[in-house]
Design a protein around this ligand. Sequence first.
Ligand code: ACO
Length: 320
Amino acid sequence: MTGRICGTGSAVPKLRVTNDDLSKIMDTSDEWIKSRTGIEARHLATEETTTSLAIEASRLALENAGVEAEELDLIIAATVSSDHIIPTLSCEVQSALGAVNATAFDIGAACSGFLFALSTVQAYMMSGQCKKALILGAEVLSKIMDWNDRSTCVLFGDGAGAAVISAEDTGIMSVVHGSDGAKGMVLACDNRPVNNPYKKTTADLSYVSMNGQEVYKFAVRTVPKCIEQALEQAGVTADEISCFILHQANRRIIEAVAKRLKQPIEKFPMNLMECGNISAASVPILLDNVNRHGMIEKEEKIVLAGFGAGLTWGAAVLTW
Ligand code: ACO
C-alpha cells in the first residue's frame, strides 16, 4: 500500500506586485530581479492570512478529489509562517473544514516541507494507520521579510497549495530526503528569545536573512543528486519522467538541475515568474497549476522536489 495524489488545490492573495512596482518603493529593477531569478511578479497578502489561504487551497483540493472532509484521517500542514504558534495551522484547517475524524499536525521543514509531509503520509499509509490524508504547504512569507533588504524581499511571495492523498496500490513510488543542520545559518530567521522571570531578554523582531550564493551552490549540488536517488529507488529513469515539479526558488537553479539530469527544460514547468518563491507552498501550488491545466495524464510518472532552509531537501517519484 502507498499513497496516491487524487486531488489538488491552491490559493494566492489578490494583490499582484510586479518587479516594477517594487522598484518604486526600493532600489531595485525588473532587469536585476528577472535576469538573476526569472521572477517577474509575486502575490502578497493584504486581507489574506496563512490560515485563510491554507483553508481555501484545502477546500479546492477536496473538491478536486471528490473527497468529503469527514473522510480524512490525517492532515499535515507544512509552514514556517503560521499565524499562531498554537493552535497549529493544521488544526485550524481541520476545524474550518469540519474534518472531525482527522489527526492534524504541522511540519516545519521550510521549502522541503511538502515533500516531508508526503513522505510522512506514505509511511502512515504503508503501516495501515491512514487511508485518506490532506497535506498542504502555506506561507505568508511577506510578514517575515526585511523590506529594507532588497537582496531577500524581492525573491519571495505568499500562497498555499494542498493535495488529497488516498491509500492505493500505486502512487508514491519513492521518497528520499535529508538535512544538513550544520549549514543552517545560510538561510535563517530567529523566533522569540528566552524571556522569563529568571532571564530577561529584549530583542527586535527577526527577519529572514540569506547567503544567496551559498544557497545557490547547495541547491545545484544537492537537488540533482536527490532526484537521482529517488529515481533509482523507484527503478525509473529520468527519461521516463514526464514532468519535474521543483521548488520555485530560481530559474537558474531549475535550469542547472535540468542540465545535470540531461532533460529538456520543457519538462520543468515553472510558475516562479508569477509567484516568486513561496517556500513550502511552491511545490503544491505548481502541482495544482499543472494538474488543472491537464498537463499530466493518468499513469504518467512525475518527480516532485523541494530544497531549502535547514538545510533540507527531498524528492519523490509518483505515478499520477
Ligand atoms: N536589486 C538590485 N540590486 C541588488 C538587489 C536587488 N533586489 N539585491 C542585491 N543587489 C545587489 C547587491 O547589493 C550587489 O551589489 P554590489 O555588487 O554593489 O555589492 C549585487 O546586486 C550582487 O549581489 P549578489 O548577492 O552577489 O547577487 P547574485 O548574483 O549572487 O544574485 C541571488 C543573488 C539572486 C539571491 C543569487 O545568489 C541566487 O539566486 N541565490 C539562490 C538563492 C535563492 O534562490 N534563495 C531563495 C530562497 S532559498 C530556497 O528557497 C532554496
